[in-house]
Ligand binder design. Sequence first.
Ligand SMILES: NC(=O)CC[C@H](N)C(=O)O
Length: 224
Amino acid sequence: MKSAVIVFPGSNCDRDLAVAFEAATGAKPAMIWHRDTELPDDIDLIGVPGGFSYGDYLRSGAMAARSPVMQAVAKAADRGAYVLGICNGFQVLTESGLLPGALLRNAGGHFVCRDVALTVENAQSAFTSRYEAGEAIRYPVAHHDGNYFADDATLDRLEGEGRVALRYAESVNGSARNIAGILNEAGNVLGMMPHPERVIEAAHGATDGKRLFEGLVEGLLARA
Ligand SMILES: NC(=O)CC[C@H](N)C(=O)O
């Protein structure tokens, strides 16, 4: 099972994500610099981490989305590799067109940094298979651009196709329909603002995020 974490100038959650991938898969992920143009053909799992790529200049994730490596990420996603974008990673995935919509400035204009209550909406994706549908969980958030926006037709489609994976169970950032995480059409790309990699071991004070990574590994083993 091969995993990779993409590193942009300004990424700051790449190592946390690497620790989470290693704990779940049993092997260290390849750390891939954003200028690289290729990923191994047999890559199974790609993490697009949180942080402030390019200092959030222009729009969060906009410049990173144009990094050479993102074409390789899109190609890997096309052939079914799992792609997990967390926080800035979610912003990069919307900016690069792998996921619909956009992450706008938080309603209220403040950076929000705290644990939030979430509901698992779809427990059938590879990312959420270890949770129950409707389960209440808590992950931390830390962002200023987490206000998910899409037009009504796109939102209706996401809801209708079960592509809202996670929803805030409280008011956090003004996101349309309280959306915290969405899937692509094929279900192998997930973008989410909350940070599961920050709650995977007892020392973190909570372990709600652990099952997300375990579910992914289970999904990959089932495919093999
Ligand atoms: N923790 C993060 O990934 C921060 C994301 C992003 N740069 C924001 O603040 O909106």
